[in-house]
Ligand binder design. Structure first.
Ligand code: DGL
Length: 266
C-alpha cells in the first residue's frame, strides 16, 4: 500500500523529502498539478475542485494514506477530502505546521507567511489558537516567493528585497514574533535567505518534518520498520522536463524527465 502525496506543483516535494526520510521503507506516489499551479491565487471553489480531482487520481492507485502536501489545498479541502475518502487517513500540512510553530515559540507571537488563499482562509490562525488559545498570530501573503522558488532564485539581491518588502510589516512591530512559520510548500528552499533577513532572534519553522511524523503515527509505523520497497513514482499534469528540472531542488536529489509520468486530471 502506497502513500499518496499531492501538491499544486513541485513545492510538495519538500514534504515528500521529509516523508521519505521518516519512512524510508515505504512506497510513495507523488502528483504535482503543475498545469494548474498556482493554487494560492485561485478561489476556494477552484482549489477544492482541483484537490478533489488530484486526490481521486491518487486514491485510484490504492493508498494507505493520502498527504495533502499543499498548504492552500489543506486550508480549503482537508475536511472535504476526509469525508470523500473515509476511512482512508488524510493528512494535511496546516495542523502539523501549527504544531511545529507552537512548539518553537516561547512568546506565543507567531508570524505565518503563505499564499493569498491560505492567508484568506484563516486556517493557520485557527489551528494555532486551538493549540495555544492566547497566541498572537500575524499572517502575510507572499505570492512572489512561489515564482522566485520556481525560478531557482533562492539567494541574492532580488530575493532579499522581496523578503524585506513582505516581512517588514510583520517583523518591524513593537512586539515582534519569535517564530516565523513557512506556511507554503515552496518557501523552505528560501529558508536560508529568509532566516538571514529575519535575524537570529526569529526561529524559522515549516511543516514538512512534523507532517511526516503525523503520517508515521497514522500508519502506526515504528522507526526503521519496512513496509514496502522504498519506491517513488512521480506524476505531473504538465511538462515532465520542467518538473524534473525545477523539482530536483525541492526534492534534494536529481530527477530525470523520463521518470515523470504526465497525467490528465480532466
Ligand atoms: N503549494 C502551494 C502551497 O503550499 C504553493 C504554490 C501555489 O500557490 O500553488 O500553498
Amino acid at each position: 500500500m502506497t502513500i499518496g502525496v499531492f501538491d499544486s506543483g513541485v513545492g510538495g516535494l519538500t514534504v515528500l523529502r521529509a516523508l521519505r526520510r521518516e519512512l524510508p521503507g515505504r512506497d510513495f506516489i507523488y502528483l504535482g498539478d503543475t498545469a494548474r499551479l498556482p493554487y494560492g491565487t485561485k478561489s476556494a471553489a477552484s482549489v477544492l475542485r482541483y484537490a478533489e480531482q488530484a486526490a481521486d487520481a491518487l486514491v485510484a492507485h490504492g493508498l494507505s494514506c493520502l498527504v495533502i502536501a499543499c498548504n492552500t489545498a489543506s486550508a480549503v479541502a482537508l475536511e472535504a477530502l476526509r469525508r470523500r475518502h473515509a476511512p482512508l487517513p488524510v493528512v494535511g500540512v496546516i495542523g502539523p505546521g501549527a504544531q511545529a510553530a507552537v512548539a518553537a515559540s516561547a512568546s506565543g507571537r507567531i508570524a505565518v507567511i503563505a499564499t493569498e488563499g491560505t492567508v484568506r482562509s484563516g486556517a493557520y490562525e485557527a489551528a494555532i489558537r486551538r493549540l495555544r488559545p492566547q497566541a498572537e498570530v500575524a499572517a502575510a501573503a507572499c505570492p512572489l516567493f512561489v515564482a522566485l522558488a520556481e525560478e531557482g532564485w533562492t539567494e541574492g539581491e532580488v530575493v532579499d528585497l522581496a523578503i524585506r518588502r513582505y516581512l517588514d510589516p510583520v517583523l518591524s512591530v513593537a512586539a515582534p514574533p519569535d517564530v516565523l512559520l513557512l506556511g507554503c510548500t515552496h518557501f523552505p528552499v528560501l529558508a536560508a535567505a529568509i532566516g538571514r533577513v529575519a535575524g537570529p532572534r526569529i526561529t524559522i519553522v515549516d511543516s514538512a518534518a512534523t507532517t511526516a511524523a503525523v503520517v508515521r503515527s497514522e500508519l502506526r509505523d515504528v522507526v526503521g520498520a519496512s513496509q514496502g520497497c522504498g519506491s517513488m513514482r512521480l506524476l505531473a499534469t504538465d511538462d515532465a522536463a520542467r518538473f524534473a528540472r525545477v523539482g530536483a531542488g525541492f526534492l534534494g536529489e536529481a530527477i530525470t524527465a523520463g521518470a515523470v509520468e504526465v497525467v490528465d486530471l480532466g
